[in-house]
Design a protein around this ligand. Structure first.
Ligand code: FAD
Ligand code: NAP
Length: 634
């Protein structure tokens, strides 16, 4: 017995075997040793660094790095924020992730909180403008109005306790990546009587600030000299009465189309400027719409039926979605589908504008296809243009005076009481406040000429930054909600991998962004999006680069199915990509979760693969097998 053994307490394991507790066996140091019961044992001397200074972390596989709290800031509580807050808290539970959502407005809902102009409604059937995870058999009509959509979103936020995560009236005013801290430092401001400015920090900064959330006035001379009521559609005071007023509507995008159709009956006279040709189409998923693509109200019986039979409602939803998902074929040039859209829209516009041939000839497009802009189903719009109550101008506005609008073609002032600017949004994708990435690069400057991205979600040099519906998102057709849910699930997968694989920061590789943009721009030449229409897919120009997904929504969903981490530049907390292997055990070896799951998954038995058959891990259920076998005469 050596002197070391004499001074150490005896090893109880050896004594259990009837041996001396001071016996020295194998390479173990003498004395009693802890047991790997709740965690693997760990001895401080194992923390000796490698030549590069790498220390093996003391975590189980799947365990986030210790002492590294993780915070996500979600900017915006529109549909994107709500979808994220539906999934993230439960999906990221147990990974030490803290979530906060900052929203500049006084309430949630984004687009549907802000846009309350007359006629504002979704352009896809309501049943498609519904989260897959939150059925709504109660939609009042085929296309529901802004208020009803907002109520749907608000109800979700309340029912799911999301307000616990959302701070209203809190605007993100800047976000700067601090490489030393490995955090985004986010400046926030609250306006109003309790004005305040402060900072928060996060590991992942999610931009859900909306791609149509910065409305813009037209650049018309004299606009703000107007002494009557001047509104933008995105800031229209809901309920403002236009009854018997002379109203000018500037713009003929989707907002202008809806507002003109909705106010025509009430006003005393309508003046509208359609300065560029525009295709007015029939409804999307037309076979499910009302007569001639019109909107309709669901009957109480239909709503009750859908409520009681959710599978039937789901089949209805899938039928409508199936039709909407065919729309991308319209965007390709020289397809039967685009011919069909051209012919039917041309015929419809000629018929509806027969009484005003000068309007017909000026506004029917001659050089671009129907899907060049996001198609505008125009229920009641052409009828309103054709009406005697409406004066349509097809040239630019010369200027606006305190009392009216002067058209450039006539030079005559049209006196009006109200001007509604349906003049769209800043769609440059350039952030509206500083977002500063690695090496002090400002995203707005990086995108000064044209925005780039990786799959519309991130950009090189901006670590741990993801955006909903960024440049090149598939916003040309269908409802945005399924796109948002795909993005949320992609982001959650990334965050899980960051936590489990001890990723400190990740950003798309510059070479990958370059390849993606090259692919998109080369592909997009075959689509009518490059036709000479003015469109926000080209940041409001007629000939700018097209910034949209090169393919169908289905193709986008496929691309988002699983994050390809090799497309990212990655830094790890330990400095070694295998640090996450840590103590060399998986969490299940201590948590009580199955450690025989692979026998089920690879068994060819689907039921077992889905649900592990129960067995008693501690008990003696099968002791009889060997007993019986041993007792048997061979
Ligand atoms: C009039 C109109 C009609 C539309 N109709 C359809 C349709 O029929 N179908 C369709 O699929 N899409 C439609 N869209 C597109 C619509 O924007 C999306 O459907 C969807 O609402 C986008 O959700 P979001 O959460 O990404 O953005 P938003 O709804 O725009 O929400 C963004 C949120 O971020 C907040 N925010 C912005 N900046 C900051 C900041 N700095 N700090 C804190 N918070 C900030 C905003 O206040 C807002 O609440 C329409 C858009 C408009 C304008
Ligand atoms: N659910 C719906 O139906 C719906 C409703 C509204 C909005 N949206 C979404 O929001 C997007 C934006 O729609 P939007 O209609 O708000 O904007 P938009 O499509 O960008 O249309 C803006 C309109 O304003 C005109 N305009 C701009 N400046 C002008 C000026 N100085 N003088 C005269 N006209 C001027 C534009 O003419 P030019 O074309 O010549 O530039 C265009 O007709 C849509 O594409 C859609 O995705 C959907």
């Amino acid at each position: 017995m050596d002197s070391v053994g004499q001074t150490n307490p005896p090893n109880p394991v050896f004594e259990k075997y009837g041996l001396s507790g001071h016996l020295r066996l194998g390479s173990n140091t003498p004395g009693p040793h802890p047991s790997s019961t709740t965690r693997p044992v760990h001895h401080p001397e194992w923390d000796e660094p490698s030549d590069r200074g790498y220390i093996v972390p003391d975590n189980l596989i799947n365990e986030p790095p210790s002492n590294k709290p993780f915070r996500i800031i979600m900017m915006g509580a529109g549909a994107a924020g709500i979808d994220f807050l539906h999934y993230a808290p439960s999906a990221l539970a147990g990974l030490g992730v803290d979530i906060v959502c900052y929203e500049k407005n006084a309430d949630i809902g984004g687009t549907w909180y802000e846009n309350r102009y007359p006629g504002c409604a979704c352009d896809v059937p309501s049943v498609a403008y519904t989260f897959s995870w939150r059925a709504n058999p109660h939609w009042s009509s085929f296309y529901s109005g802004a208020k009803e959509i907002w109520e749907y979103l608000k109800q979700i936020a309340v029912d799911e306790g999301m307000m616990e995560y959302i701070q209203l009236r809190t605007r993100v005013v800047s976000a700067t990546w601090d490489e030393c801290k490995s955090k985004w430092v986010v400046k926030l401001r609250r306006d109003g009587p309790d004005v305040a400015e402060w900072e928060d920090e996060c590991d992942v900064f999610l931009n859900g600030s909306g791609f149509l959330n910065a409305w813009k006035w037209p650049d018309t001379p004299g606009l703000h000299s107007f002494q009557g009521d001047l509104f933008h559609t995105a800031a229209y005071p809901e309920g403002f009465s236009l009854k018997d007023k002379r109203v000018a509507v500037i713009g003929s995008g989707s907002s202008g189309v809806q507002v003109v159709a909705a106010i025509h009956d009430a006003v005393s006279h309508l003046y509208t400027w359609v300065r560029s040709p525009v295709w007015i189409t029939t409804a999307f998923a037309k076979r499910f719409a009302g007569k001639d693509g019109q909107n309709f109200d669901y009957t109480p019986k239909q709503k009750e039926d859908f409520d009681l039979d959710r599978e039937k409602y789901h089949r209805y939803k899938k039928s409508v979605e199936h039709d909407l998902n065919q729309q991308f074929k319209l965007a390709l040039r020289d397809t039967a589908e685009s011919d069909e859209a051209l012919a039917s829209s041309y015929k419809g516009m000629c018929t509806d504008l027969a009484s005003k041939p000068y309007v017909r000839d000026a506004i029917i497009p001659k050089t671009f296809n129907v899907a060049c802009r996001r198609p505008t189903p125009g229920n009641g719009y052409l009828e309103a243009l054709a009406s005697n109550k409406t004066t349509v101008f097809t040239e630019r506005i010369q200027s606006i005076t305190p009392t009216g609008v002067i058209d450039s073609a006539t030079g005559i002032e049209q006196p009006v009481d109200v001007i509604i600017c349906a003049t769209g949004f800043d769609t440059s994708f350039r952030p509206r406040f500083p977002i500063i990435g690695l090496n002090g690069v400002d995203l707005a400057e990086k995108w000064a000429t044209s925005p780039t991205s990786y799959l519309a979600i991130g950009v090189d040099g901006f670590p741990n930054y993801f955006t909903y519906s960024g440049p090149f998102a598939p916003v040309g057709h269908g409802s945005i909600l399924p796109i948002i849910s795909h993005l949320t699930n992609y982001f959650i997968q990334v965050v899980k991998r960051m936590r489990r694989e001890h990723i400190r920061r990740l950003s798309p590789k510059a070479s990958i962004v370059r390849d993606f943009v090259e692919h998109a721009q080369t592909y997009l030449r075959r689509t009518c999006w490059v036709d000479p229409c003015s469109s926000w897919f080209k940041q409001g120009s007629a000939d700018g680069p097209v910034i949209i997904w090169p393919g169908s929504r289905m193709a986008y969903f496929e691309a988002l199915r699983t994050p390809t981490l090799s497309d990212y530049e990655i830094e790890y907390w330990s400095g070694n990509r295998f640090g996450y292997l840590g103590s060399g055990f998986v969490d299940a070896e201590f948590s009580g979760d199955s450690i025989t799951w692979y026998l089920d998954r690879y068994s060819d038995n689907r039921a077992w693969a889905e649900k592990e058959p129960w067995f008693d891990t501690e008990g003696d259920e099968f002791a009889y097998v060997s007993e019986q076998a041993s007792g048997q005469k061979i």
